[in-house]
Design a protein around this ligand. Structure first.
Ligand code: SF4
Ligand code: SF4
Length: 732
């Protein structure tokens, strides 16, 4: 060992020892913070499925590759990080001796070839990512940048580190080539040979380059260890467990979509018959009341801003960005952690748990953080502003896009639950809807005995459950379908088509109440459970004696469809629920319905969030339209998984939209830009919102918003009077 190698070895060992010590300390700190969360025992079930999903999502980059070039570039950088860690390890042999290399595999040509390829692709990948970050930088694009609000220096820092590590890896190889100590043939490592051709024959070159490579790598480790909230770096490690512990490992994408998590206390679902607000946790009032998976979610956020770029609230000028929400919760959790780890915290009656002595050594910043209300305005020092919390439509675009499977909607609803159930704090206009649900069983407050009014004027009898028992499908009409004038036209169209196709169906009539979706999404789990239990009882009775496969329900409202199919199981109601577009597609494909006159004038289709993203039904409505219209559907730029919300979900239908541009107007502009004369929908709320948007633009005569079922009915029964026009003015 020469004198240069003695120095390089000592320096490499010194900086590595410091970095490893800091990294161990950082991992312990993060683990301690995440462990502050509430239990989530269900996350440990299905370990086989979890492992498989984690491997598929990480190795296959299934979420990231939806972003095309950036996904591919990230894949190369990720593979580069994992495989080229071996070359960082090899650098420790090279500081000791410039001809050193990894034992055994370091002499294999195949290893030389593989690392050469990955180095080159990693270099291309990181340059692409750097260019994308620069092109999308907030000071260039403002609020339209997905990086607005991200900690930009951290992204640049990580990217430069990757670039420099790759460059110095090539320099080490180049010096070995130049000094004739390189093991691998030219054909396997042409780039390394090319670099070597321009480097001097410097015997210590490889050791010096290896030391710099180690120093760069360890600087990275030191910086991220001193910044435990630096998700852009830590996600390289945390993404694996975060995906492993996702809510439903068998779901291919968007595990946090569809059903909401039940309300839990101490890791167990809350039973409202026995729940006590002084003993049980009702939603989330403090950051430590999220589960440990929630705290892991916040720690894993890479600040990539994909969620933000898709969020309808953010894109229409509201203060909610799912990314900024997650970052606020993360920063608050880590700032409050010293207080919590010292034994601090409030019990469920609001009393401080720690003694004065326990908190005596804490710094003032940590104590100040502990005093912040989780939900509160800037003047109140709140972590999350109420306008942020109530802007969410629960559309799920954030969950769908997040590459590390963060479950934003669950966290938002958990915070809403506390605000509604304990603080009674929510947009006042939604109070009418909640009162109507409690007193009348529907959000409009319509009398229950008018639930069957939509059947009037039909030229066939609509059978009720109880009057017939050989029905194949129970037709769940839903409150909108029963009481809202436009939606009633869809209900009639569906009933007419089912009748035409000879499908045996029956309705519950006055036995039906609201599915509970708006109550659940606004956070009123109590009212949800009340309505849901009543419906589960009614439905179980209607299907008595039938196995699950024969407990078939068809629903026209995607919110009812989602709640009945995905959430009633939490309360003992197991049914086979289909959306009417699925059943209609089946009836057309089996020849039971025959479209005879194609609907012309151009048609575009708006995917309802709770049908599309939340339940992944994209094809069926398009199949129905494809059979019923002339030509092809003219798709909007934002369609299918990336469809843009109409603005009504998450109980936003019953709240005023006072901030920014109206979401429905944004969507209607996109629909109208296609030039289509018909905007087809598959949801009564979308129908209302888009109709309002079209009428607000004074385009009611040129553009018609109608349900897919009504489009099909016009094609199947063209002689049918046009009473199905949903854009018609709505009666009182
Ligand atoms: S669910 Fe939709 S509205 Fe809510 S934060 Fe996510 S993207 Fe935004
Ligand atoms: S929440 Fe997910 S999508 Fe949003 S910034 Fe973080 S990692 Fe990216």
């Amino acid at each position: 060992m020469g004198s240069v190698q003695i120095v390089t070895t000592i320096l490499a060992a010194g900086i590595t020892a410091v970095a490893v010590w800091l990294a161990v300390r950082a991992v312990m700190k993060m683990t301690a913070v995440i462990r502050l969360g509430q239990p989530a025992p269900e996350r440990f079930a299905d370990k086989g499925a979890r492992t498989k999903t984690m491997l598929v999502e990480t190795a296959g980059h299934t979420r990231m590759l939806k972003w095309g070039v950036v996904g591919a570039a990230h894949w190369f950088v990720m593979v580069g990080f994992i495989v080229l860690s071996l070359l960082v390890l090899e650098a420790y042999f090279e500081v000791v001796t410039p001809t050193g290399g990894l034992p055994i595999i370091g002499h294999w040509t195949i290893f030389g070839l593989a690392t050469e390829i990955i180095t080159v692709l990693g270099l291309v990948g990181i340059l692409v990512l750097m260019a994308i970050r620069l092109r999308n930088r907030p000071n260039r694009l403002g609020g339209r940048s997905r990086f607005t609000g991200s900690t930009m220096w951290q992204g640049y820092f990580v990217e430069w580190i990757v670039l420099l590590v790759l460059i110095f890896g090539l320099l080490i190889r180049g010096f070995k080539v130049a000094t004739d100590h390189f093991e691998y043939p030219f054909w396997a490592t042409p780039v390394s040979h090319a670099v070597g051709a321009v480097l001097p024959d410097w015997s210590d070159g490889a050791s010096i380059a290896a030391l710099i490579k180690i120093a760069i790598s360890m600087t990275w480790l030191i910086v991220i260890s001193l910044n435990v909230t630096m998700g852009v770096a830590w996600h390289r490690f945390l993404a694996f467990p975060n995906i492993f512990f996702k809510r439903e490992p068998t779901k291919p994408a968007g595990s946090g979509l569809g059903a909401l998590r039940p309300m839990t206390s101490q890791g167990k679902p809350l039973d409202f018959e026995e729940a006590d607000p002084e003993k049980d946790q009702f939603g989330v009032a403090h950051v430590e009341q999220f589960t440990w998976k929630g705290l892991l979610d916040f720690s894993t956020c890479t600040e990539c801003g994909r969620c933000q770029s898709q969020c309808p609230a953010w894109n229409t000028g509201k203060p909610l960005s799912p990314k900024l929400l997650v970052l606020s919760l993360r920063d608050h959790a880590y700032a409050k952690a010293p207080y919590l780890l010292a034994g601090g915290g409030k019990d469920l009656t609001g009393e401080e748990k720690a003694t004065q002595a326990q908190l005596a050594h804490l710094d003032v910043l940590s104590l100040a953080e502990a005093d912040k209300p989780l939900i509160g305005t800037a003047e109140e020092g709140g972590v999350i502003d109420p306008d942020v919390l109530w802007s969410c439509t629960t559309c799920g675009a954030c969950v769908e896009q997040c590459p590390v499977d963060i479950e934003h909607v669950d966290h938002i609803v958990d915070m809403r639950r506390y605000q509604v159930l304990i603080e009674s704090s929510f947009p006042s206009e939604a109070g009418v809807m909640l009162r109507n649900l409690e007193n009348k069983g529907n959000p409009w407050g319509a009398p229950q005995n008018t639930r069957e009014d939509w059947t009037k004027g039909l030229d066939f009898e609509v059978p009720r459950v109880g009057e017939v028992d050989d029905f194949e499908y129970l037709f769940w009409v839903g409150c909108a379908g029963a009481f809202e004038d436009r939606a009633k036209k869809t209900t009639r169209a569906v009933a007419t088509l089912l009748n035409e196709a000879g499908v045996k169906f029956a309705i519950l009539g006055e036995g039906e109440t609201c599915s509970g979706d708006p109550a659940r999404r606004i956070g009123n789990e109590f009212v949800f459970q009340m309505l849901a239990q009543q419906n589960v009882e009614t439905l179980n009775e209607a299907f008595e004696g039938r196995e699950k496969a024969k407990r078939k329900i068809v629903a026209t409202c995607p919110h009812c469809f989602n709640t009945l199919g995905n959430e009633y199981g939490q309360l003992g109601g197991e049914f086979e629920v289909v959306h009417h577009t699925q059943l209609l597609a089946h009836l057309v494909s089996t020849g039971k319905l025959t479209p005879v006159q194609p609907v012309d004038g151009g048609v575009t289709y708006h995917d309802p969030c709770y049908l599309g993203r939340h339940n992944r039904i994209f094809a069926a409505p398009r199949e129905v339209l494809g059979d019923a219209i002339e030509g092809e559907i003219t798709e909007m730029p934002r369609n299918s998984e990336r469809s843009f919300c109409c603005g009504a979900g998450g109980a936003r239908m019953w709240m005023e939209e006072k901030i920014g541009k109206r979401i429905n107007v944004d969507r209607v502009e996109e629909a109208m830009a296609t030039g289509a004369k018909t905007v087809a929908v598959g949801c009564p709320f979308c129908s209302t919102m888009l109709n309002d948007g079209v009428n607000g633009k004074g385009a009611g005569e040129q553009v018609e918003v109608i349900d897919v079922a009504s489009v099909l009915l016009r094609s199947v029964k063209p002689e049918q009077p046009r009473g199905d026009k949903e854009s018609a003015p709505v009666a009182g």
